[in-house]
Design a protein around this ligand. Structure first.
Ligand SMILES: C[S@@+](CC[C@H](N)C(=O)[O-])C[C@H]1O[C@@H](n2cnc3c(N)ncnc32)[C@H](O)[C@@H]1O
Length: 229
């Protein structure tokens, strides 16, 4: 089984507990990280956002709450994650689409803004996914990528590693009844390229004015960039 199928099945299996575990294991910091990511999109009234690798659509929903006249499309290849998100989003301006972020079912230059939260790390081919973000974004549009980083502060980095490998791995496994998925989570964070490498991928895709920002001592990173007009 390739990475894509493993990831799809993993998220399908934890869809029911995903939101709760996210908040619990991050001590509620996930809510702040997503709020900052939405804020980083800049003024977006009446705009159309793509929330790629949307999962339970938390970013898309946060975006339309922030901008009442805006709309969002939430793309994910796990129907189970989208369905879970839909339970709490009846009549909202977020449209779920089940599809592959590496081969998006959208025309070139469809969206005013694009955002990906904790999704790039999970792609089988992150470069291809970033190129798709660039393709579907309108000229002059902005992309925001929110992803886990690896803290570099002495002591804190070791504590964080310990927390991920022992607490998140075990507690996540016990609560979700999916040990393998939370083991995958630890390895995927540790194996994912540093922010500098993501910046290189974004440059290769064609993005400009790329800037980054660490949050919570480097536990998460925000990368913000433009598609030139
Ligand atoms: C860690 S979750 C992030 C969900 C959400 N963005 C958030 O902020 O919580 C990663 C999501 O990426 C999705 N995903 C991974 N690879 C994908 C792909 N190739 N196409 C579409 N979705 C993908 C998974 O199904 C999962 O729902």
């Amino acid at each position: 089984m390739g990475k894509k199928e493993i990831v799809r099945r993993s998220f399908a299996s934890i869809a029911g507990s995903y939101d709760v575990l996210n908040t619990l294991l991050s001590f509620c910091a996930d809510k702040w990280w997503r709020r900052e990511a939405i804020q980083a999109l800049g003024p977006s009234d009446k705009e159309l956002l793509l929330d790629a690798c949307a999962g339970t659509m938390l970013l898309g929903k946060g975006f339309v709450r922030r901008w009442a006249d805006a709309k969002a499309v939430a793309l994910d290849f796990s129907l189970e994650m989208l369905e879970k998100g839909m339970e709490k989003a009846k009549n909202s301006s977020v449209i779920p689409v089940c599809g592959d972020a590496e081969r998006m079912p959208f025309r070139d230059e469809t969206f005013d803004k694009v955002i990906v939260g904790f999704g790039i790390r999970n792609l089988a081919d992150p470069q291809r996914g970033i190129e798709e973000l660039f393709r579907v974004l309108k000229r002059g549009g902005r992309v925001v990528i929110l992803e886990f980083g690896r803290p570099s502060l002495p002591v804190f980095k070791d504590l964080y590693r310990w927390y991920l490998s022992l607490v998140v791995d075990r507690l996540g496994g016990i609560i979700s009844h999916q040990k393998e998925t939370y083991r995958y989570f630890y390895h995927s964070v540790m194996a994912f390229p540093e922010r500098e490498e993501v910046v290189v991928m974004m440059k290769i895709a064609g993005f400009s004015q790329i800037r980054g920002r660490e949050m919570t001592l480097g536990i998460t990173d925000l990368c913000i960039a433009q598609k030139a007009p």
